[in-house]
Design a protein around this ligand. Structure first.
Ligand code: AMP
Length: 459
């Protein structure tokens, strides 16, 4: 089935084609026609299913099909998300899918200055993506008006409730016009969600798609504990000794991505880095080379990898664990797709213990640890704080992107998460201690990996 049959207009189909999507995901197949019909929707879907495009595409189309008559530019669609990261991601998708349309969007969330947001809101936006707290700040400052919202999306509603946003949500609902379309997306359906859905939705269409990325059953996941300074060396060894031909490697920062790609090249492994500082042309080229096998390793940041059509990879490596556990799920979702088996490997040093714990908590299981002989962590190495960059959650500036490149320049470039990486300190990617792919350890895997990791981690 192709996108053409879903009833989307030419501009949206063009944007979808730009992304390289060949066919809609199951949630898109169901959600797009349902939303285009104009009714409410209750959708069970989690991250990784393509849900964002599932609501963004028909939302854009509905706004385009029914332009406002009075020439003003009220907020006509409101998307609420639990986290800043998700808000930024959704806004980026709005920009991506709406790139050939004249609609304007903005994203507002806390932890960043409110004034640029006010300025932007004042200039008029059709679509607003927001976290509840900052949205209410704007409401109390009277810097936005929600009285003409036609479409409300609650994205990851279960997480919003888990995070204690129910009162904020109810306050926001009270500010919206009665007559509107409501779309509620949730990965789980607790009694609280059902109650919210009951109160909010009017005879909704109901769709549910299979969970895809719950630590994707098809993806075999493994942690290799290793010292901070020896990650690059271990990576080269793994690639060389296992003869991996196509590996997507994640780093936390753009600087880290560049440095690692250069170091791998020096180890004789053809590599390219892909991140937000590279021009679109350079990114496209790197991706094409990678797909064709001309480049063996693609080193990417989370933001850069998002939206890239690089499915069905055999190997994904977390050179550094992501700051946000959900990003881990995004990353490993790049492999093991469509029935193919994949392998997701994380090189984890002593500094990253709490990041790993957060990921395991999210996955609700412990990941197998395996120490590679010759790369045993040195228990005397003390953990060092991870410089999460200004883009990390909880440190006041979690703005991920919003990708102002797409014409709708809704997110000030100065707010982009990628801009933070210019600071370029991420820990990983330091030069190894002289070993390379050509001079690996013995390559035997240690049976006592887990207990030794524990011991090392306590060091
Ligand atoms: P989401 O569940 O919205 O977070 O999307 C997960 C990932 O799937 C994102 O990286 C999207 O760019 C990608 N994606 C969305 N729709 C499609 C599609 N029809 N084909 C391939 N990838 C898609």
């Amino acid at each position: 089935m192709s996108f053409d049959t879903l009833g989307l207009n030419a501009e949206l189909l063009r944007a979808v084609a730009d992304q390289g999507y060949s066919e809609p995901t199951p949630i898109q197949r169901q959600a797009i026609p349902a939303i285009l019909r104009g009714g409410d929707l209750l959708a069970g879907a989690q991250t990784g299913t393509g849900k964002t495009a599932g609501f963004t595409l028909p939302l854009l189309q509905r706004l385009t099909d029914n332009p406002v008559a009075d020439g003003r530019r009220p907020i006509r669609a409101l998307v609420l998300t639990p986290t800043r990261e998700l808000a930024a991601q959704v806004a980026e998708s709005v920009g991506t899918y709406g790139r050939h349309l004249p609609l304007k969007y903005a994203v507002v969330f806390g932890g960043v200055g409110i004034n640029p947001q006010i300025k932007q809101l004042r200039s008029g936006v059709d679509i607003l993506v927001a976290t509840p707290g900052r949205l209410l700040d704007h409401v109390s400052q009277k810097t936005l008006d929600l009285s003409r919202v036609e479409i409300l999306v609650l994205d990851e509603a279960d997480r919003m409730l888990d995070m204690g946003f129910i009162r904020d949500i109810r306050k926001i609902l009270a500010l919206l016009p009665r007559n509107r379309q409501n779309l509620l997306f949730s990965a789980t359906f607790s009694d609280e969600i059902k109650k919210l859905a009951d109160d909010l939705l009017n005879s909704p269409a109901m769709i549910e798609v299979a969970r895809r990325n719950t630590a994707a059953e098809l993806v075999s996941q493994r942690v290799h504990p290793v010292d901070r300074e020896r990650k690059r060396e271990l990576l080269s060894y793994l690639i060389g000794s296992q003869n991996w031909r196509q590996v997507l490697v994640f780093t936390r920062t753009k600087h880290g991505a560049n440095r690692l790609a250069q170091q791998l090249e020096r180890d004789g492994i053809s590599s390219a880095a892909i991140h937000g500082n590279k021009s679109q042309g350079a990114r496209t080229r790197a991706l094409a080379d990678f797909k064709q096998g001309a480049v063996r390793v693609l080193v990417a940041t989370d933001i850069a990898a998002r939206g890239l059509d690089i499915d069905q990879l055999p190997h994904v490596v977390n050179f550094e664990l992501p700051n946000v556990p959900e990003d881990y799920v995004h990353r490993i979702g790049r492999t093991g797709r469509a029935g193919n088996e994949g392998e997701a490997i994380s090189l984890v040093c002593v500094d990253e213990r709490s990041l790993l714990r957060d990921i395991e908590r999210l996955l609700k299981r412990e990941l197998p640890k395996q120490i590679i002989d010759g790369y045993e962590p040195d228990p005397s190495i003390k953990p060092e704080p991870i410089n999460k960059g200004r883009g990390a959650r909880g440190n006041g500036n979690a703005n991920a992107g919003g990708n102002g490149r797409q014409g709708n320049k809704a997110v000030p470039a100065s707010h982009r998460r990628d801009a933070n990486a210019r600071k370029g300190r991420s820990g990983g990617g330091q030069p190894g201690r002289g070993k390379s792919a050509a001079a690996p350890g013995t390559g035997k895997h240690s049976a006592q990996g887990k207990s030794r990791w524990r011991k090392a981690a306590q060091g």
